[in-house]
Write a protein that binds this ligand. Sequence first.
Ligand code: MN3
Length: 242
Amino acid sequence: MNLTRRDALKHTALLGAAAAVPGVLARAAAGDGGVSLPPLPYAEDALVPAIDARTMRIHHGRHHAGYTRKYNDAMSGRAGASDVKDVLEHLRDLPADIRTSVRRNGGGYLNHDLFWKVMAPPGRGGGGGAPRGDLAARLTKDFGSVGAFKRVFSEAAGGVFGSGWAWLILRESDGRLAVVTTPNQDSPWMKGVVSPESVGTPLLGLDVWEHAYYLQYQNRRSDYIDNWWKVVNWQEVAQRLG
Ligand code: MN3
């Protein structure tokens, strides 16, 4: 069956009886319980010295947990709530009274889910080092070299005014790898919300909200960025490129 979510919802509404339809239609008709906070894929202190344990504990256990809870509250059992990517891709279809909350908290939920996964303990834990294979070739093709990509990314992350994110995306419009930034918790999945050149599949993301680094680095965001490269999980980034 090849239906978009919107088709599914429309058909479900017409059909009425959820029991009559399998898979996605049944789930859509039943609504769902939303999302739960994904566990950190490593210990709180695993990224020391790049990121200290207290920052990780508060960032994951309070900030990410808060986005998760508020996203679920805003969606309150709506059909398809557990597919956050799909919800963000179709933000404009949501009722106006919950759209802003879902934009902030659904974005916050998914951005942080990616953030934990694209990091790993340095050395044998898989973090740091250098991209390889197809990912390295694509970065070289689109930025000139891996080093040039890292400079562009670091500069973009350092230049975010206030709270936001720096991203490496596989850009939808031209199929190239590109570095973009988004304010607040906006995500490259948010088509029609973020600028068209920022729309694409996020491969790597760096949180430059002060809550991500202030306890350890205070206002030294560039030190945070420099150290962060030592815990980037390139294997995960490559997997997202597909
Ligand atoms: Mn954050």
